[in-house]
Write a protein that binds this ligand. Structure first.
Ligand code: IMP
Ligand code: MG
Length: 182
């Protein structure tokens, strides 16, 4: 539809088109619905990047589900995290007895995800289970070992924006995932 050329001339390449993302998110939603059938599911989105993915994913989940968010601040340089990550917004609800599924936009070095486990409620350890669902996985850059239970797409070592992912706060609104011009 030429969205890239109209609203984002800075995009060099579309890595994942809107319909590819939608199809995969539908599959993930169906899989999660089957896996958590009969269980009390709580999705925990990591702000801000996961908000678009989570909003589409939740509409593809057919079992009862609650949603909460944590926010983390990272002292990185804009394109990568430094390993210093602080929880700036903790969970509002208790995870006690619930099956928690952490929702991430992308796992790169792995630091953000590792530190998100520090959210007070998760650390209290009363969740029935804690698993991870990420839309994108960039395994080539991993620094900390982390187990990913659901992965949308494995991508190469390129900096991507769109569908919630930003560069310097921008491009989260793009409906596709693209690579910025260098
Ligand atoms: P990690 O802590 O290095 O695993 O990086 C995770 C966070 O860094 C993500 O939640 C994103 O906010 C950001 N990030 C890592 N790679 C990219 C990318 O390619 N595009 C946009 N943001 C990214
Ligand atoms: Mg970010």
């Amino acid at each position: 539809m030429g969205v890239a050329s109209v609203s984002a001339p800075e995009i060099a390449e579309i890595l994942l088109a809107e319909d590819e993302i939608a199809a995969r998110v539908r599959e993930l939603g169906e899989q999660i619905s089957r896996d958590y059938e009969g269980k009390e599911l709580l999705l925990v989105g990591i702000l801000k990047g996961a908000f678009v993915f989570l909003s589409d994913l939740v509409r593809n989940i057919s079992i009862p589900v609650s949603v909460d968010f944590v926010a983390l601040s990272s002292y990185g340089d804009g394109t990568s995290s430094s390993g210093i990550v602080k929880v700036t917004k903790d969970l509002d609800v208790s995870v006690e007895g619930r099956h928690v599924l952490i929702i991430e936009d992308i796992v790169d070095t792995g630091w953000t995800l590792k530190m998100s486990y520090l959210a007070e409620n998760l650390r209290a350890g009363k969740a029935a289970s804690v698993r991870v669902c990420t839309l994108l996985d960039k395994p080539s850059r991993r620094q900390v070992d982390i187990e990913l239970d659901y992965v949308g797409f494995v991508i190469p070592n390129k900096f991507v924006v769109g569908y919630g992912l930003d560069f310097d706060g921008l491009y989260r609104n793009l409906p596709f995932i693209g690579v910025l011009k260098g």
